[in-house]
Design a protein around this ligand. Structure first.
Ligand code: PXP
Length: 252
């Protein structure tokens, strides 16, 4: 029996699995294993951001996940020549264009659609269409900037929920949420699919689900942070069990 209610796709961003791997510079934890586990838990797509400085995920991760994870892949990237070539070579199912600053810890804001940017976007989206790669834009809930989205080449907009998430539970929450509602309504009227991402947690997500027409959420930090804490007990117990066996003389 179908579940009542609306279906919202979940994209799981596994960048921070790669961040942890890079901390040791070896192989563990493997983002591909994380992608498989996310799929088994019900994720609808895997999201990864290949940054210019490759501080977490890289093209090798993207290729392996693309080839074997059996889930749609959404590549977040800046619109540079290098990344455009990578995207068109590895053909993820979707590309989400984000602004990228070298010293930022995470994506800090939505795209600024200048006329130069729009020219590059036009060329890129045309190349993507030929490869069957869909294009999404990561945008602030700012009606003026959303008004600059070109009439073709882009089928989805991911609204930046970071400011809403930071305001959650504070007097600013209503205002930030209002901006999301207004923006989602404008996007839906233009026939664009509405996604949301950044700073989402199990605590603020129920409110985000009230955004009209919301089709997808993309979540990274809170899922990986909670996975580390939920898994810690099991990981420590595993080692303690081995130590007890050794003390009992049961070890080999
Ligand atoms: N969507 C976009 C476009 C992002 O850049 C990020 C962060 O990489 C996310 C979603 C996920 O945000 P968070 O890690 O805060 O859940």
């Amino acid at each position: 029996m179908p579940l009542p209610g609306r279906f919202v796709r979940l994209g799981v961003n596994i960048d921070h699995v790669a961040t942890l791997r890079q901390a040791r510079g070896e192989f563990d934890p493997d983002p591909l294993a994380a992608a498989h586990l996310a799929r088994l838990a019900g994720a609808d797509q895997i999201v990864l951001h290949v940054r210019e400085d490759r501080r977490h995920a890289n093209e090798h991760d993207l290729r392996r996940i693309r080839e074997t994870a059996s889930l749609p892949v959404n590549l977040e990237m800046a619109l540079t020549e290098e990344m455009a070539d990578l995207a068109l070579t590895l053909s993820p199912d979707r590309v989400t264009l984000v602004p990228e600053k070298r010293n930022e810890r995470t994506t800090e804001g939505g795209l600024v659609l200048t006329s130069d940017y729009l020219k590059s976007l036009d060329l890129f989206s045309e190349r993507c269409a030929k490869r069957g790669v869909r294009v999404s834009l990561f945008m602030d809930p700012d009606p003026e900037m959303l008004g600059k989205i070109p009439p073709s080449g882009v089928d989805q907009v991911e609204l930046h929920t970071g400011p809403f998430a930071r305001s959650f539970g504070t007097p600013r929450e209503e205002e930030e949420f209002g901006r999301l509602i207004l923006s989602a309504t404008l996007l839906s009227r233009r026939g664009l699919v509405v996604a949301a991402g950044h700073g989402l947690t199990p605590f603020n997500l129920p409110r985000v689900l009230d955004i009209p027409g919301l089709a997808e959420v993309n979540i990274g930090h809170s899922i990986i942070a909670r996975a580390v804490l939920f898994g810690l007990r099991e990981a420590v117990s595993e080692v303690k069990t081995l130590l007890f066996r050794t003390c009992d003389g049961g070890g080999t």
